[in-house]
Design a protein around this ligand. Structure first.
Ligand code: SF4
Ligand code: SF4
Length: 164
């Protein structure tokens, strides 16, 4: 069962140390079948997940925007890339373009995305739990678990299916 957004913060906090230890072991002793198992768990979770009931990623974090994202989205909005940057983005400490404010400007009241067809790559791929070589993005996953109920469930399922 998926935790509600109210429960998620506490659950993520309660499991943080255990999950971190699990990920440390995963990096040292990566199972050969990791990518296949993660793909199955990810697909099963997103079959029963309706992101339109949630949108917590769009409300609380927002994506990085690559140059290709900026080109594509500004074209869709009939803006010049520089205009788009000035209106919506700022550069973070790591010199990546991110949203000036959250919730994301492109999130509608019904949790749909105004720019869904051209949305940033990071939005399409979030929470990245089907990424190949998942062991390389465990730090990012630890940050995403308190935001995304699906990521929380996927990691809990992963611990059961791939005990280390
Ligand atoms: S936080 Fe996770 S479950 Fe919620 S909308 Fe984003 S990807 Fe979907
Ligand atoms: S661009 Fe769309 S999918 Fe991405 S954070 Fe904004 S509303 Fe969500």
């Amino acid at each position: 069962m998926k935790p509600s957004l109210n429960e998620l913060g506490k659950l993520a906090k309660d499991t943080h140390i255990e999950t971190k230890k699990y990920f440390d072991k995963l990096k040292k002793k990566t199972p050969k079948k990791l990518d296949y198992v993660m793909q199955d768990i990810h697909d099963a979770e997103f079959k029963r997940t309706d992101c339109l009931d949630c949108a917590n990623c769009c409300k609380t974090t927002g994506p990085l925007f690559t140059s290709a994202d900026i080109e594509r989205i500004s074209k869709y909005l009939k803006q010049k890339p520089q205009q788009f940057i000035e209106q919506y983005l700022r550069m973070d400490e790591e010199q990546d373009y991110v949203l000036q404010t959250v919730p994301c400007n492109f999130l509608d009241a019904d949790n749909s995305c105004f720019i869904y067809d051209v949305r940033p790559k990071a939005c399409r791929e979030f929470p990245h739990t089907d990424r190949k070589k998942f062991q390389q993005i465990t730090d990012l996953t630890l940050k995403n678990i308190p935001i995304c109920p699906a990521a929380y469930n996927i990691v809990e399922e992963m611990k059961k299916k791939l005990p280390l």
